[in-house]
Design a binder for this molecule. Structure first.
Ligand code: TYM
Length: 326
C-alpha cells in the first residue's frame, strides 16, 4: 500500500506555536516525501460554543495560515471538511460499529465534558469517530499530530480493525507521526499543554505582533532560582521555554544552558522573544501578502477538494458495497 498523509486543524481562532512545533513542522517535512491532504476541520470546531460570523472568518484565516506556513498546493491538497459530505457519511457508518465505551474513555471527551457542562452535545462524544472518518476516508496511513491526539489515532486503528474484521480488509493501519517535542506547554501554566482555551497569555499566536511576543515571553511563568536547566518536574516553565528556544534555533539544550550560565532568566527570555519574532517574520509577511488574494486561495481549495473527492467517493462506494448498502 502506498503512503498517504492526512492531518487536520480546527478553525477556532489563531494558530499558536504549539500547533506549529507540535504538528505543522512535520506536515512541511512530510509533503516533501508523500502525497498529503490537510484539512480545515470545521465540523469538529462546531462541537463547542462558537459564533457563526467569526467561524466564516476563522476558516479563511486558517487557509491563509496553511499557505503562509509553507503548505505547497503543488504537493498537498488543502480541503475544508464540510465541503466534502463523504466525511459525515463515513462517520455515521463507523459510528454504528463503535462501542460507546470506547468513546466514553477518550481523555478529550472527559475534559470537554467538564469544560462544557452547559453544551454537552452528542458531537463532543462522537468527535473522534468523525476524526477516524477523516483519516480512513482517504485510507491515509501517516498522520502527523501532537501528542494530545494519540488516543484518537489509537481509536481510529481500533475502529478500522473492527470494520476490517466485520466486512473484509478495507482500511490500512495508521501511524501517528510526532515531532521531537509533541507537547508544547502553556506559557503561564507550564504543567498543562499550550491551548487557546486557557486564555491569550497562555499561548503565543503565530500572528502575534513583536510587542505582544516580548510581553508574553517576559511574563511566562518560571521558578525563582534563575538557573537555566532542563528539569520538567521541578522547573516546567523554564524547561518549556528552553525547549522552544531549542526548536526554533536548533541549538542543543546543553549549548543553550551553557550560553546562559550566570546570565539569568531576564536575558534568556529577552533573547528568546527576539528569536521567535525573527523566526515568525517570514510567515507573517507572507500571510500579509496572501491576505490580498482571496480568489487565489479559494482556487487552491477547490482544486484540492476536487482531487480529494475522487478518493473519498471511491472509499465510500467500497464501504457501502461491503456493508450491503449498494
Ligand atoms: P487541534 O485543532 O486541536 O490541533 C491541531 C494540531 O496541533 C496539535 N497541538 C499541539 N501540539 C503540541 N503541543 C500543543 N500544545 C498542541 N496544541 C495543539 C494537535 O495535536 C493537532 O495535531 N482533533 C484534531 C483535528 C483533527 C484531525 C483529524 C487531526 C480532526 N480530524 C484527522 C488529524 C487527523 C484537533 O482537534 O486538533
Amino acid at each position: 500500500m502506498s503512503n498517504l498523509v492526512f492531518s487536520g486543524i480546527q478553525p477556532s481562532g489563531q494558530l499558536h506555536i504549539g500547533n506549529y512545533l507540535g504538528a505543522i513542522i512535520n506536515w512541511l517535512e512530510l509533503q516533501e516525501k508523500y502525497p498529503c491532504i490537510f484539512a480545515i476541520v470545521d465540523y469538529h470546531s462546531i462541537s463547542v460554543p462558537f459564533n457563526p460570523q467569526e467561524k466564516r472568518q476563522e476558516i479563511k484565516e486558517l487557509a491563509l495560515d496553511f499557505l503562509a506556513l509553507g503548505i505547497n498546493p503543488k504537493k498537498s491538497q488543502i480541503i475544508i471538511q464540510s465541503h466534502l459530505p463523504e466525511h459525515l457519511e463515513l462517520a455515521w457508518i463507523l459510528g454504528t460499529i463503535t462501542p460507546l465505551s470506547w468513546l466514553e474513555r477518550i481523555p478529550t471527551f472527559k475534559s470537554k465534558k467538564q469544560q462544557h457542562q452547559q453544551y454537552l452535545n452528542l458531537g463532543l462524544l462522537s468527535y473522534p469517530v468523525l476524526m477516524s472518518a477523516d483519516i480512513l476516508l482517504y485510507k491515509a496511513n501517516l498522520v502527523p499530530v501532537g501528542e494530545d491526539q494519540l488516543p484518537h489515532i489509537e481509536l481510529t486503528n481500533q475502529i478500522a480493525k473492527r470494520f476490517n474484521q466485520m466486512f473484509g480488509k478495507t482500511f490500512p493501519e495508521i501511524k501517528p507521526i510526532l515531532t521531537v517535542q509533541s507537547r508544547i506547554m502553556g506559557l503561564n501554566r507550564p504543567n498543562d499543554k499550550m491551548s487557546k482555551s486557557l486564555g491569550k497569555s497562555n499561548y503565543l499566536a503565530l500572528t502575534d505582533l513583536p510587542k505582544t511576543i516580548r510581553q508574553k515571553i517576559k511574563s511566562a511563568t518560571t521558578d525563582s532560582d534563575n538557573q537555566i536547566k532542563l528539569d520538567w518536574e521541578k522547573k516546567p516553565g523554564i524547561s518549556n521555554l528552553l525547549s522552544i528556544y531549542h526548536l526554533f534555533t536548533k541549538k542543543t539544550i546543553d549549548q543553550i544552558c551553557q550560553q546562559y550560565q550566570n546570565k539569568g532568566y531576564a536575558q534568556f527570555k529577552s533573547d528568546l522573544a527576539e528569536i521567535i519574532i525573527e523566526q515568525l517574520s517570514p510567515f507573517q509577511n507572507k500571510r500579509q501578502r496572501l491576505s490580498n488574494k482571496p480568489g487565489y486561495i479559494n482556487k487552491i481549495i477547490s482544486n484540492g477538494e476536487k482531487k480529494a473527492k475522487k478518493i473519498a467517493q471511491a472509499t465510500l462506494r467500497e464501504v457501502k458495497q461491503k456493508i450491503g448498502l449498494l
